[in-house]
Design a protein around this ligand. Structure first.
Ligand SMILES: NC(=O)c1ccc[n+]([C@@H]2O[C@H](COP(=O)([O-])OP(=O)(O)OC[C@H]3O[C@@H](n4cnc5c(N)ncnc54)[C@H](O)[C@@H]3O)[C@@H](O)[C@H]2O)c1
Ligand SMILES: [Zn+2]
Ligand SMILES: [Zn+2]
Length: 384
């Protein structure tokens, strides 16, 4: 089968790989009909995530058709059209039982760090992902969810990550009616977080990025105020100034380890890898939230060693909430929101690319070319 193959930083290609096989009675094999590239894949692509092994297939956002099931799979059957949450989760451990599917204790040998994730580094279990024609889906009684009749596949594929992550970012912000919410990052996740902030009762939503076409997209889609931080002397002062010098009630970091905007952070976090990614957006979030406010972090960082202004967190009495998204927990509500037209995920899709052209697709998304917001990859297996 065709599958994406990671060859080292900024080198990916399409290759032939063996078909995945059932390894456990609860496995299923899914024939992929659509997959996407996430901002999280860019951290892998750029070589910023430890233990990303050459030969891995990335891809944690995918939908497809169940082709084979193990002897203990009961919740899905052969022929079902399913969307597969990006978390690999057992459904039984103490964390899964609380709905914390992103923190599953069984699906990753490095259990105390993070739950399993499809197509991520071996720090997240080392599972091959869905930027391929076929994928092995472990714990098939837990993750895969039958796509409701009539749902557009483009909406379904975005329900595997972007929609729940944007939603959870807003949810973790504990937004109160009328709150001012600032979202750092106008990638697909930040745009969705800004959209969802309204659902929790925000009174004002502000997005910061440095890429003009993304700011324009956010302005129309969320809708929101959107500003280019490159045009500011200091983004923190800017936020304070437009919030009566109080700061925002809630700040959301939807950027993560590859933030730009600070030479020190970029050199230590992205070039020399002396810390686990550049913490620029996190700094700005902590420093521009009001005293007693909440900082919600969905941007992904490496495991240890970030230069974080913890003194300001203490002095301002800030609550920081952060997590990998628990997709499965949020799906029932979000499927309803899509069906009722409250959320329109597929509008984020700007590009459709054959899986065979994956190297070009990564290059375009990573370098923010051609007004790219979200790319859907169509594998030959989509034709059945
Ligand atoms: N927690 C989770 O479960 C989860 C799920 C999906 C994605 N993520 C993470 O969310 C983040 C965003 O994902 P995405 O797909 O939107 O990625 P993306 O790379 O498309 O978007 C990131 C955006 O941040 C902007 N940016 C860079 N530096 C900035 C700064 N200092 N301030 C404001 N904006 C800045 C970039 O220009 C870009 O538009 C990534 O870190 C990704 O790994 C987390
Ligand atoms: Zn993702
Ligand atoms: Zn579990």
């Amino acid at each position: 089968m065709l599958a994406m193959n990671y060859r080292g930083p900024r080198r990916v290609r399409i290759d032939h790989k063996p078909y995945p096989e059932i390894k456990h009675p609860e496995d299923a094999i899914v024939r992929v009909t659509r997959s996407c590239i996430c901002g999280s894949d860019l951290h892998l692509y750029n070589g910023n995530v430890p233990d990303t092994r050459v030969g891995m297939t990335f891809g944690h956002e995918f939908i497809g058709v169940v082709e084979v099931i193990g002897s203990e799979v009961e919740k899905v059957k052969v022929g079902d059209n399913v969307l597969v949450p990006f978390n690999v989760a057992c459904g039984k451990c103490v964390f899964c039982q609380q709905g914390l599917f992103g923190n599953c204790h069984e699906s990753n040998t490095q259990a105390s760090a993070v739950g399993g994730i499809f197509g991520y580094s071996h720090t997240a279990g080392g599972y091959d992902g869905g930027q391929a024609e076929y994928v092995r889906v472990p714990y098939a009684n837990v993750g895969p969810t039958v796509i409701p009749e009539g749902m557009d596949p483009d909406d379904a594929v975005l329900l595997t990550d972007v929609v729940p992550t944007g939603y959870q970012a807003a949810e973790m912000g504990g937004i109160q009616p009328g709150d001012t919410v600032v979202v750092f990052g106008a990638g697909p996740v930040g745009i969705m977080a800004a959209r969802c902030a309204w659902l929790f009762g925000a009174g004002r939503v502000i997005v910061l990025d440095e890429v003009e076409y993304r700011l324009e997209f956010a302005r129309n889609y969320a809708p929101c105020e959107a500003y280019n931080f490159k045009e500011m002397d200091d983004p923190v002062v800017f936020i304070k100034k437009i919030t009566d010098w109080m700061g925002a009630d809630v700040c959301i970091d939807a950027v993560g380890a590859e933030a730009s905007g600070s030479a020190l952070q970029t050199i230590t976090g992205r070039k020399l890898l002396l810390q686990a990614g550049s913490a620029t957006a996190l700094h700005w979030a902590i420093n521009s939230v009001k005293k007693g406010g909440i900082v919600s972090v969905v941007g992904v960082y490496g495991p240890t060693d970030n230069l974080v202004p913890i003194g300001n967190v203490v002095n301002k009495g800030i609550t920081i909430r952060a997590n990998q998204t628990s997709v499965k927990r949020l799906l029932p509500r979000l499927i309803e929101h899509v069906q009722n037209g409250v959320l329109n995920p597929k509008a984020l899709i700007t590009h459709r690319v054959p899986l065979e052209d994956i190297a070009d697709a990564y290059y375009m998304f990573s370098n923010k070319l051609d007004n790219c917001i979200k790319t859907v990859l169509i594998p030959p297996s989509a034709k059945g």
